[in-house]
Design a protein around this ligand. Structure first.
Ligand SMILES: Nc1nc2c(ncn2[C@@H]2O[C@H](COP(=O)(O)OP(=O)(O)OP(=O)(O)O)[C@@H](O)[C@H]2O)c(=O)[nH]1
Ligand SMILES: [Mg+2]
Length: 469
């Protein structure tokens, strides 16, 4: 899909979901609502939702024939899967119909039910949708069939998520990571989407032929290899920077997308990080010093949000972004407690973190957006999560309480010690003040005697560096 398409008037989208056995009505509804928000984040207006219960997805088109024709009422298409021919559409845009298409429609044998979707049951032209988005995963063949039958762009959940990541990625590291995931996702769909013409076309561009397809596949493989090399270089840089920060106390904010991680980051560090009511606002880990500053200083990192059915390639590509979280000694699981689905969102977050091996650190559950809940609801949550921190990033006092908790957490590991610094080594005194809590300080004839509270490794380092007794 191109920005070209999205850049114009907000495109209209129709959501489709097949509810399979084992998915409760509530889960199904939550998943659809989330898909709606994802599609909205992509800049489209959701105008209709169509669901169907089935024992398994229909092989060729996920939904059954009748449902497909119902969906086609909203599009230009016939609602009938014809052949496996690639979709041919002009570069002029998704609305433009290729002349061949009419011929195709005529040449195919009329289906018995075809009459049930005649022009009169179609929605008015202005009401039509330009995108049909499936909550179910679509195979490349299903995607091709559906685009053929519907005559509009078809996306699945993975495609939507990949596209959002692609648009939101800002730094070279994030861009390269997302580009790999995007190419990997698009590669098998290349005949349908003509990814090679991405610069000018993208989804909706003319399909490419078999030979061109092979060429294109090679080009994509080369591109992915180049991107991987680029990422390796970036990762080395990041590892260096991380190593430089390695002696610092680190807290990572992790959680479902839109939970309020960046808002909390802002509140805890008084910094200006991007906060937005859209999904996947943050795609790069940012690291800031906790404010008011503590001694030693505590670094807070904000991370990319998680989501259900996060495409595997994206998990892999965000590993390096999340290494920051793997590195932290305290993980704050931030949750939007006002979202009825927060328990399963927390579960998803835990699962993804476990998948990437981030399980060692201490953790604290932060139930955010308390300002949206009633006293009664808060009381119930307190009983359910007695250990959790209740917070609203909009209430200074609750943020300050979390600040103290973080400080207290690290103080548990601190030791108290006496240091004597000769006057000739005043640099040591400065270092001590910068990195340790000084409990008392007396000036004697030869130097300064200090009682400090600090991390054991800081004490070691300073003693060694300045040869102190
Ligand atoms: N009412 C209320 N809204 C909040 C609170 N904290 C954050 N929000 C809102 O929730 C939305 C998402 O906040 P972000 O901080 O961007 O969420 P995030 O977890 O960083 O999201 P991603 O970067 O997408 O993973 C924004 O509209 C915030 O203003 C809160 O305590 N109360
Ligand atoms: Mg964020």
């Amino acid at each position: 899909m191109t920005n070209e398409i999205i850049g114009k008037k907000r495109p209209r989208a129709l959501l489709v979901s097949v509810q399979l056995p084992g998915t409760s009505d509530a889960e199904h509804a939550a998943s659809l609502a989330e898909l709606g928000r994802l599609v909205h984040t992509l800049g489209m207006d959701v105008v209709e939702t169509i669901s169907q219960k089935r024992n398994s997805p229909a092989a060729g088109s996920v939904v059954g024939d009748g449902k497909l024709r119902e969906i086609a009422r909203w599009t230009e298409g016939s609602g009938i899967v014809t052949s496996n021919k690639p979709v041919v559409r002009t570069k002029a845009g998704v609305h433009a119909r290729h002349e061949d298409e009419d011929d195709d429609a005529e040449s195919q044998a009329p289906d018995e039910d075809q009459d049930s979707v005649n022009e009169s049951t179609k929605v008015a032209e202005g009401e039509r949708v330009q995108f049909v988005v499936f909550d179910n995963e679509l195979t490349p063949t299903q995607l091709r069939n559906l685009e053929g039958a519907l005559g509009v762009d078809v996306l699945d959940r993975t495609g939507v998520i990949v596209e959002i990541f692609y648009r939101h990625a800002k730094t070279p590291a994030a861009r390269a990571q997302v580009e790999i995931a995007r190419l990997t996702y698009l590669a098998p769909r290349i005949r349908v989407t003509g990814v090679g013409e991405r610069q000018g076309g993208g989804i909706g561009a003319k399909g490419v032929g078999e030979t061109a397809h092979e060429l294109e596949s090679r080009r994509i493989r080369d591109k992915i290899a180049a991107l991987r090399r680029e990422i390796e270089t970036i990762n080395k840089d990041q590892a260096l920077r991380r190593a430089r920060r390695s002696e610092h106390l680190k807290v990572a904010l992790v959680g479902y997308t839109n939970a309020g991680k960046s808002s909390l980051m802002r509140a805890l560090t008084k910094s200006e990080v991007l906060v937005a009511d859209k999904l996947f606002a943050t795609l790069d880990t940012t690291v800031r010093v906790m404010f008011p500053e503590t001694k030693p200083r505590v670094l807070i990192s904000d991370t990319v949000g998680f989501i259900k059915k996060l495409p595997h390639d994206l998990v892999a590509s965000f590993r390096s972004t999340l290494d920051e979280a793997l590195d932290a000694s305290l993980l704050l699981f931030v949750v939007d407690a006002s979202d009825p689905a927060f328990r399963s969102q927390l579960e998803t977050t835990r699962k993804v973190l476990a998948e990437i091996g981030a399980t060692g650190a201490d953790s604290l559950l932060v139930l955010n957006k308390m300002d949206k809940l009633s006293q009664l609801e808060i009381a119930a949550l307190k009983r359910e999560f007695p250990e959790a921190v209740f917070l609203s990033t909009r209430e200074k006092t609750s943020v300050a309480a979390l600040h103290s908790l973080i400080q207290a957490h690290f103080e548990r590991d601190m030791i108290e010690s006496d240091l004597f610094v000769p006057y000739a080594k005043s640099a040591a005194t400065a270092d001590i003040h910068a990195n340790m809590r000084v409990l008392s300080e007396t000036h004697e004839d030869e130097g300064t005697r200090l009682r400090v509270k600090c991390m054991a490794q800081d004490l070691e380092r300073i003693k060694k560096q300045f040869r102190l007794a």
